[in-house]
Design a protein around this ligand. Structure first.
Ligand SMILES: *Cc1c(COP(=O)(O)O)cnc(C)c1O
Length: 365
């Protein structure tokens, strides 16, 4: 009798299963702590929750939950088109931007194709590539920033996609507009450049690749409602680019991939500019506080433009364990080949102080 492992596609076995941060309730049970006292700064979630308008809209949507959602995401795409001054047919909405990234794999990655990305970048690029039998080509970073010249040089005839996140996760480092535009201009016409903007709303001057899309460059951008909009639990993200590309990606998309509560909440969230800008301001203050503290603690950090900071604490797993015992959950970065490092999300002012207290006591152990 063959086992299931012998029956499945070999690409599947090459996949490691994504390890998310542990849920608060799980940690509380493990350590015998009260879940209400635990601070989770492990997944770059919004410490201020979501816009009250988004939550209200989501609740209202529950009243018609017996109906299938709008499979075309008509209203959300219109709202996005208005916001970004593009056309609705330039948008595709996914069950998180993760799903949009996976659609790109469905559409472009064949067995043996190469997909280029920076080393230690967001792990989903690698997972998507390998799921479809492609070969991830990882380009070493320079001082924890992606080397865009190196990425250009890594592109061959077999390259289908180049993935870049800026700011990236887990480093938090960003590339400049001119570096990115130069890379796009230098890429061959048959390579798709995918720009992941998961943290762009946290930047004062985010990179804007819409002019390159308008010019016909092979550029596709992805964004998410999981970070500054605080809707990670609802799973909504989107991508935008050329209408032809978007329409092709729709061939790979499941009919009702985004649920009705998520659609209603994300649309309302888009309209609450006040919430978004207050989160951006609080995040910037939190980052400044972290930088001040870690500089005085004399630990190495990566300069961040996102909603987290990545710290060299000599032993990431030990820091993770020690801080968790004090009720602070952070992300150890050994799975990213950075075993000395942890990633600490920016929380509320109070959470940030608790995190620094736990980190300080770990360092002085
Ligand atoms: C958090 C994150 C995302 C968002 O994923 P969703 O599926 O939309 O929740 C995408 N890219 C990067 C680099 C991220 O860190």
């Amino acid at each position: 009798m063959p086992t299931y492992s012998e029956l499945v596609k070999p690409e599947l076995l090459s996949q490691s299963v994504y390890k998310p941060g542990k849920p608060i309730e799980y940690v509380a049970r493990e350590l015998g702590l009260n879940p209400n006292t635990i601070v989770k700064l492990a997944s770059n979630e919004n410490p201020f929750g979501a816009s009250p308008r988004a939550i209200e809209a989501g609740k209202t949507a529950l009243d018609s939950v017996e109906l299938y959602p709008d499979g075309g995401c008509y209203e959300l795409k219109n709202a996005l088109a208005q916001l970004l001054k593009m056309e609705p047919d330039q948008f595709i909405v996914g069950n998180g931007s993760n799903e949009v990234l996976e659609l790109l794999g469905h559409a472009f990655v064949r067995e043996g194709d190469e997909v280029v990305m920076g080393e230690g970048s967001f792990i989903v690029y690698k997972l998507v590539t390998m799921l479809f039998g492609g070969r991830p080509v990882e380009v070493p970073t320079i001082n924890h920033r992606h080397d865009l010249k190196g990425i250009r040089e890594a592109v061959t005839d077999r390259t289908r996609i180049v993935f870049l996140a800026s700011p990236d996760n887990p480093s938090g480092s960003a590339n400049t507009s001119s570096e990115i535009e130069e890379l796009v201009e230098a890429l061959p016409d048959d390579v798709l450049f995918v720009f992941d903007e998961a943290y762009s709303e946290y930047q004062d001057e985010p990179v804007d690749l819409r002019p390159l899309i308008a010019k016909g460059k092979k550029v596709f951008c992805t964004r998410t409602f999981s970070k500054i909009y605080g809707l990670a639990g609802l799973r909504v993200g989107y991508g935008y680019g050329d209408p032809e590309l978007v329409s092709l990606l729709n061939h790979a998309r499941a009919p009702f991939n985004v649920n009705s509560v998520a659609l209603a909440a994300s649309r309302a969230a888009l309209e609450d500019h006040g919430f978004v800008s207050s989160c951006r301001i609080a995040n910037a203050a939190g980052l400044r506080y972290f930088v001040e503290c870690v500089e005085s603690l004399n630990i190495e950090y990566i300069s961040s433009s996102a909603n987290f900071i990545t710290l060299n604490v000599a032993d990431g797993n030990a820091a993770f364990e020690a801080m968790q015992r004090e009720g602070i959950i952070v992300r150890p970065l050994a799975p990213y080949g950075m075993s000395q490092w942890i990633r600490l999300s920016v929380g509320t002012e109070e959470q940030n102080e608790l995190a620094i207290k736990a980190l300080t006591s770990f360092l002085s152990r």
